[in-house]
Design a protein around this ligand. Structure first.
Ligand code: GLY
Length: 335
């Protein structure tokens, strides 16, 4: 795994006792969600017991990425742990996002580790230091870039992951295969072992994070499929799974690229081949009026991620023009 340039280690583990910290902390707080605590209770209890940790359990789902859930968590943490303590986030993207955010602001920043148990967190959310919550119906608009102390990929948790969550997480893996990595593309196409696929997918995420941690340039490639994806996800009231929305967003981005003569035919065909392996052809009928992720954002331009020659191409686009193209050429068609 390419992790040399990251300040933290990413380790695939099978058992709770493989979580080794190499450093002493005064206290430990384990954060997880209710569903996972039901499915993986023995695994979580073992970690709680071995670190004599406090346990804080939040509801599963995107609704937990809210100011009120964060406030309750911070209140609990401020009462129980001090500035030399460690927060251990065990879960998917919701837990790693909110737990990482809490760690980044509590006592002006304490250490945290991410123990990723969903495919989405393993390949994306737990790595790359983005933390945050949703606010004013906008996804991830309160947050920080804050490095975890370590990341553990609890790969056996995939065995109890609900199928729809697995499929949702796979959208980010497919995204990595399309924006950068030909080898990963072949592994997915040939139904390789998930551990092998994950290692490659994580290496791709690490590659972009190392190039541009604060997302000023190259890292924007990781937003492929997310411009439309986030808007569709938010307008569903976060009822549609993130990965499902990203998959739809990738389809739209490919169509737009084709319409604008940016995406070449070979890239277009091979990309849809891979997407359709997990996400069937469907009618794209979402009402979209704006792509701006912040109502107060003044700029009319957005950085849109297309594909060209089998990799990502970031291009400034007029936001209104993109919405117009969507409504004129993509909406109500099947892809
Ligand atoms: N999930 C996209 C990123 O970490 O930049």
């Amino acid at each position: 795994m390419n992790k040399d340039e990251l300040s933290y280690e990413i380790k695939i583990i099978h058992k709770a006792n493989e979580i080794v910290l190499d450093k002493k902390f005064t206290k430990h707080l384990v954060l997880t969600d209710r569903n996972l605590y039901k499915e993986q209770r023995a695994f979580i209890d073992e970690i709680v017991k071995s670190y004599d940790a406090f346990l804080y359990v939040i509801d599963a789902g995107e609704e937990s990425k809210s100011l009120s859930v964060l406030e309750n968590l911070l209140e609990y943490a401020a009462d129980k742990i001090d500035r030399y303590s460690l927060i251990i986030n065990i879960g998917g993207g919701v837990v790693t996002d909110i737990g990482g955010f809490a760690a980044s602001i509590l006592y002006r920043g304490i250490k945290h580790v991410n123990v990723a148990t969903s495919l989405l967190a393993m390949t994306d959310a737990a790595i790359g230091s983005k933390t945050g919550i949703d606010f004013c119906d906008k996804k991830n608009i309160l947050g920080t870039f804050y490095d975890p102390y370590k990341v553990f990929i609890a790969i056996d948790a995939l065995e109890t992951l609900p199928k729809d969550e697995y499929i949702s997480g796979f959208a980010e893996v497919i995204k990595h295969a399309l924006i950068h990595d030909g080898e990963l593309y072949d592994l997915i196409k040939n139904d390789a072992n998930i551990e092998e696929i994950l290692e490659k997918s994580i290496a791709t995420k690490v590659h972009f994070v190392c190039e541009d941690k604060n997302e000023k340039g190259a890292r924007m490639a990781l937003n492929f499929g997310h411009t439309f994806g986030h808007v569709i996800e938010a307008s569903s009231g976060f009822n549609l799974a993130h990965g499902t929305c990203v998959a739809i967003g990738m389809k739209i981005a490919l169509e737009l690229g084709k319409i604008l003569n940016i995406t070449d035919e070979e890239t277009y065909i091979r990309s849809f081949d891979l997407i359709h392996k997990y996400y069937p052809i469907e009618e794209i009928n979402y009402e979209i009026k704006s792509l701006k992720s912040d109502k107060k954002m003044m700029a009319d331009e957005i950085n849109f991620v297309f594909l060209k020659n089998k990799e990502a191409l970031i291009q400034k686009m007029n936001e209104r023009k993109v919405v117009e193209l969507y409504n004129e050429h993509i909406k109500n068609k099947k892809f």
